[in-house]
Design a protein around this ligand. Structure first.
Ligand SMILES: N[C@@H](Cc1c[nH]c[nH+]1)C(=O)O
Length: 353
C-alpha cells in the first residue's frame, strides 16, 4: 500500500480489481440466496452501544467518533454479524425461527495487525438465527464452502475450533490467564493437565482421537460428537483440521467455531461459528473478499472490442448482445491500444488487435 493520500490500511480498488470484488461478493451472496438466506443492509456506522450490545462485544477495535447531531458516541462497524443480531432480535423479532439473513459491505477496524495490514475490509456472510444445532452448523459450513467455491476459491482448508472449551472444562486457576496462555500456544504456561489440548491440534480424524483420549471423563463427548458429524458432512475435497484451543478472532462464538483458508490466498478467508444474541442461539459465517481479490480471483477475461468512429449503434448493440464489451472511439486520436482493447471491429467483424 503506497498511496500516501490515504490513511494506513485504507486503499482504492482500481480496474480490474473493483469489478473482481463485486463479482466475488455476488458469487457468495447468490449461493447464500439459493439456500434461502435473504439480504439485509445495515448502516455503515451506528451508536457504539447498539453495535456492541447485541453480542456483548468489546468496543476496543472500533473506530469511534462523537455524532455532532445527537452528541452520542457512534462507531463504524467492524463486523456486520452484531448488526444482524440487532435486526433479528428487534425489527425481525416476530419472524418465525430460524431466520436466514445475508449481508455484504465494508467493515473498519481501528488498528491493523501484522497479519492483516488493511483496516477496511469487505465482509460478506450469512447468519441463521434461532438455532445452533449440528444440522444448523452443517448448513452454515456447507453454504460457506459452496459460496467460496462459486467465487472460484480452490484448495480450501476448514479449521474447526471450540471457542468456549475452558468454560466447559472449568479447570482450576485463573481462566483469563489460561486463555491467554492457550492463545499464545505457550505450552510452558499451561498446566500439565491441559497441555494435551495444544498437542491435540491437527488434521482429522487423528486430532479428534487425541481429544477423545484427553476427555476421559466425557465432559466434551457431546461436542466432539458434534464436530465429528460436522466434519463428516464436509465435501471430501476439503482438508479438515481441528485446533481446539484456537480463539483468535472468536470473541463471541460459543461451542463451535471455524476458519477457512485457501492454499492460494494469504490469511483467513472466512470465519464463523455458533453464538448467542441475548438468549437466542444463532450460527453463521463471514467471508473476507480482499485476500481473494489479492489472489487474482474473478478478474475475468478482459475482452474489449474497439468500435471505430462511424460504427452503427444497432451493430454495436448486437455485438454487446453477443457478449462483447464495446468501447466506442470518440476522437480521431483514440486507439484500441489506449483503450486496452483486445479486438477491433474491421469490416463488420471483431479481429484481434
Ligand atoms: N463475523 C465473524 C464470523 C461469524 C459470523 N457468524 C458467526 N461468526 C467474523 O467475521 O469473525
Amino acid at each position: 500500500m503506497t498511496n500516501s493520500l490515504l490513511p494506513t490500511g485504507f486503499r482504492d480498488r482500481l480496474p480490474p480489481e473493483a469489478d473482481a470484488s463485486a463479482r466475488l461478493v455476488r458469487a457468495i451472496l447468490d449461493t447464500a440466496a439459493s439456500h434461502g438466506y435473504e439480504r439485509v443492509q445495515a448502516p455503515l456506522a451506528e451508536y457504539e452501544a447498539s453495535l456492541t450490545g447485541s453480542l456483548g462485544t468489546s468496543a476496543r477495535d472500533l473506530l469511534r467518533f462523537v455524532d455532532p447531531v445527537s452528541g452520542e458516541t457512534m462507531a463504524v462497524r467492524s463486523d456486520i454479524t452484531g448488526q444482524i443480531g440487532r435486526i433479528a432480535s428487534t425489527r425481525m423479532g416476530h419472524h418465525p425461527r430460524p431466520v436466514r439473513l445475508s449481508y455484504g459491505g465494508p467493515v473498519v477496524k481501528l488498528r491493523a495487525t501484522q497479519l492483516r495490514p488493511e483496516r477496511e475490509m469487505m465482509q460478506v456472510g450469512a447468519e441463521l438465527i434461532g438455532l445452533d444445532s449440528v444440522a444448523a452448523a452443517i448448513e452454515v459450513v456447507s453454504v460457506a464452502i459452496e459460496g467460496l467455491k462459486a467465487a472460484g476459491v480452490k484448495d480450501i482448508t476448514l479449521d474447526l475450533t471450540m471457542p468456549d472449551l475452558l468454560d466447559v472444562l472449568k479447570p482450576k486457576g485463573d481462566r483469563e490467564e489460561l486463555k491467554a496462555a492457550l492463545d499464545a500456544k505457550d505450552a510452558g504456561a499451561v498446566p500439565a493437565a491441559l497441555a494435551p489440548l495444544i498437542a491435540a491440534a491437527g488434521a482429522l480424524p487423528d486430532a479428534l482421537d487425541r481429544m477423545r483420549a484427553f476427555d476421559s471423563e466425557g465432559k466434551l463427548k457431546d461436542r466432539l460428537d458434534a464436530i465429528e458429524a460436522i466434519a463428516a458432512a464436509v465435501p471430501t475435497d476439503i482438508r479438515v483440521t481441528l485446533d481446539p484451543t484456537e480463539r483468535h478472532g472468536f470473541e463471541y462464538q460459543t461451542w463451535f467455531g471455524f476458519s477457512l483458508f485457501s492454499a492460494h490466498a494469504s490469511g483467513e478467508i472466512g470465519r464463523g461459528g455458533a453464538y448467542r444474541i441475548g438468549k437466542e442461539p444463532a450460527i453463521g459465517f463471514s467471508a473476507y473478499i480482499d485476500p481473494l481479490i489479492d489472489a487474482g480471483l474473478a478478474q475475468g477475461e478482459r475482452r474489449r472490442l474497439f468500435l471505430p468512429i462511424g460504427t452503427m449503434p444497432q451493430k454495436a448493440a448486437s455485438l454487446r448482445a453477443e457478449g462483447w464489451v464495446t468501447v466506442a472511439q470518440l476522437t480521431e486520436e483514440d486507439s484500441a491500444e489506449a483503450q486496452i482493447c483486445t479486438h477491433v471491429l474491421r469490416n463488420g467483424r471483431p479481429e484481434p488487435v
